[in-house]
Design a protein around this ligand. Sequence first.
Ligand code: NAD
Length: 536
Amino acid sequence: MTATLPTESTDAAQASTLRPAWVTDARVASWLRWVCTSAGAGTASRTALAPYDALPTIAVPDSTVEDVAAAVDAARHAQAAWSALPYSARAEVILRFHDLLVERQDEIMDLIQWEMGKARFHAWQEVLQVANLARHYARHGEAYLKPKKVRGAVPVVTSAKEVRVPKGVAGFISPWNYPLYMGVGDLIPAVLAGNAAVGKADPQAPLSMLWARALMAEAGMPEHVWGVVAGDGPSLGEALIDHVDYICFTGSTATGRIVAQRAARRLIGASLELGGKNPSIIRADADLDVAARGVVDASFANTGQMCIHLERIIVHTDVYDEFVVRLRAVTAAQTVGQTFDFSSQVGSLASAAQLEKVSRQVADAVAKGATVLAGGGPRPEVGPYVFAPTILEGVTDDMELCLGETFGPVISIYRATDDEDAIAQANRGKQGLSASIFSKDIAAAEAMAPRIRAGSVNINDGASLAAGSIEAGMGGMGESGLGKRHGSDGITRFTNAQTIVSSKVGPVGPPPGTPVEKFIAMANKQLVVLRRLRVR
Ligand code: NAD
């Protein structure tokens, strides 16, 4: 589906001055062609603002709900030939994508920073994560999908196995905070499993997804195996759910509920990777320098716009005062900036809406009595949407940010009397995405972990260790979602398990001429013998 370039041109005087020099009009055209839209010249388009200068990036044409239906239809046709290829042929495409991604990483880091505002190191982490996922599923995905032989209903004469068949067309709805990792990372195992895919680009960061789609084409992925639609979130997202065979959603808990209800109406499967209010427990025996570094890394990474980042720090009272001293020192040493190199550790928030939400929550907390231990407000002298890394003390239930996700560089710090109290505080609220424990006694921390309601528990690391352990499933408990990405679930969720059984003797049941009563008596005797022999 070829998009006509939007006619609405961005006034040069108004355009973002930070557009990377290599982003030529020809390159832009090579990405926009991947937007599934049939509207032609005069089509509506939308332009996000670059967070570093709050000026327009590049207009991207809008898909319509009809375009979504057409994209799924085209994907459905392409899926038959794609799934008929051997796994190794699909894996070759993904491995070529891996190599191109590593080679051209500077391009995608530039684009991610320009569209979304994060520090460059966090943009590189997206490259790292997607490359690792691509290699892992290309090399190991087939083993996750291997047919499983199980015992047949009647020994010797029957056999049974479970095989995995692709769902068909999988839909992907992803947020702006990790436009490469969330936009492509889940899709890689889906297409390797033999599905086609249609992804909805987030309006804040569509160029990163389109760049990745163009790169995948260079790697050899056929035209309609991965379709991209762009435009309004609610209308396109809901249209996508109405047509695909499975929906993989990443975003807020509020939108996740809408997605779940819509998917339920069609009885299609859904995985929902949603928000969190993630706690960290600092035990009395923790190495406080390690803990302070770990908490700062995991709280302010991605400017706090990471689903698994920490927002609640629960510290044993014996070490509370000393920990706060070290936490403030590490926080004060963070370089906040908007640089297209690795010199800034904390970047900008992504949008005016994000700045407004984070500022409002902090102001509400302060007005109701919270104490600011670091930061506390915007840094307009650094950039239009920059917010200082912030530590709050004295946060209470009446404050909006107490148990509601902030999704910014803001943490609240609490005292715990002992481990029991710390676990109880960690389990407050309804979400359960990620947690961490800092302790020199790893065995004790591992024993505490299962008592914390969280899909992942990191010990002596704030958050990223679990995300980087890609052979283990990652997802939420409670209102943080359903289903898992990564590991075996990360690929099997895009398949249906099918049971295939066969008989060498035709239909099983009483042999011809044997009275049913005699057959049942023989079968009952067999049950008694099997029980005595402890056969399962
Ligand atoms: P959001 O829920 O507003 O939007 C997510 C996506 O859904 C966007 O692409 C949006 O266009 C689309 N959308 C909006 N309304 C829709 C609807 N009615 N039907 C279908 N799709 C719709 O979330 P956001 O603000 O863009 O992202 C931040 C949230 O995502 C945070 O809560 C964060 O914790 C969460 N998140 C979770 C994970 C995870 O793995 N658990 C990862 C990243 C982000």
